[in-house]
Design a protein around this ligand. Sequence first.
Ligand code: HEC
Length: 153
Amino acid sequence: MNDSGIPQEGHNKIPKGWLAFFFGVIVFLVWYIASFTPAISGWSFYKEFEAEMKAGEKAAASATVDPGKYLGKADAIAEGKGEFGTTCAACHMADASGGIGPNLKVALKYGSTPDKLFESVSMGRPNGMPPFQQQLGNDKILKVVSFIESLRK
Ligand code: HEC
């Protein structure tokens, strides 16, 4: 308590650092609000969104695979055969004649063209065919596809 009647706060100056911080915050807030107000800075959520969508489309386009990439190429077929032996033979047999999974040398339910085969292997099929995109990646899957296609000729 202080009842001397003399105003005490008048003697105390606000520390400079405090003042600087105080005005700094105000300046920052004005800048922040201005820079995210479309009418002032031109910033727009929609512009950012569109830019992101474009970037995404580009990435998707460059990620599209050419399902025929390794068709008829002997080395790729040999590699595909090796991969098939380790990864797929348990269900489809090493010669793809079928076991738990169907015979892959005949016309297939989900399609026998390279792009359909790629789809079957990369995304899986509902009645027990697991997806292999994560495990093998595009390149190995394409080699396996070229191996399966080579069995038809
Ligand atoms: C766990 C057992 C299993 C493994 C491992 C497996 N498959 Fe299959 N696969 C199946 C079954 C079951 C189906 C039938 C799915 C269906 O009819 O919906 C199938 C279906 C397929 C089809 C589509 C056949 C059609 O009728 O259209 C292809 C192509 C195929 N597998 C290729 C492969 C390849 C290549 C591998 C190795 C990378 C592989 N599978 C590994 C069980 C397996």
